[in-house]
Write a protein that binds this ligand. Sequence first.
Ligand SMILES: N[C@@H](CCC(=O)N[C@@H](CS)C(=O)NCC(=O)O)C(=O)O
Length: 208
Amino acid sequence: VRLYDSTIPSGNGYKVHLLLAQLGLPYETVELDILRSESRRPDFLAKNPNGRIPVLELDDGTCLAESNAILSYLADGTPFAPTDRLARAQTLQWMFFEQYSHEPYVAVLKFWTYWGGLEKLAPGKVERLRAGGQAALGVMARHLETRSFFVGDRYGIADIALFAYTQSAGALGFAIPAPVARWLERVREQPGYVSIKRDPLGKAPREA
Ligand SMILES: N[C@@H](CCC(=O)N[C@@H](CS)C(=O)NCC(=O)O)C(=O)O
């Protein structure tokens, strides 16, 4: 398979790298300069009409977009995705939460802090991103208070989806609740764990 990712370290791209590493699957990476809108060119829009990385290209040329959909595809039939009906839906619950209530705050703040320029944001925007991200971390903390992982007390793709940007939150100035900090450590201890790549522009700190 071929993974289309960005030159700068994207948490959404990293989710797929982490799972592929933990599955031990060989793959090729193609990096696009999203700061120069390379993902908006016609050849890439043919792969993902939404013009965003990550995209997974299968051996037959079929392309799959949306990081959490790619995780579901790759994890199907492996220990990283539950088979039980309720646990499958709970995995979706946390992956949808990540996309609607976490990523739009923490990932967006990450992008503008390191690469976009916070000064370009409309007044009040940074505060709204901070409030939304901090609320998401509070939701995670409440769930993790009594659990080791998000679903079925077993590490899986819901954890991968939420780990990708939560690991950046401390460096962005969010307060990390203790249950979330302990869970971040548990994820880092998983077999086959790989960290997010270094920022070639040197703007994002390591592990962020
Ligand atoms: N919901 C998508 C979000 C993908 C996304 O926002 N990708 C960003 C990088 S993290 C991107 O490609 N930005 C370039 C652009 O929008 O032109 C996912 O989970 O894959």
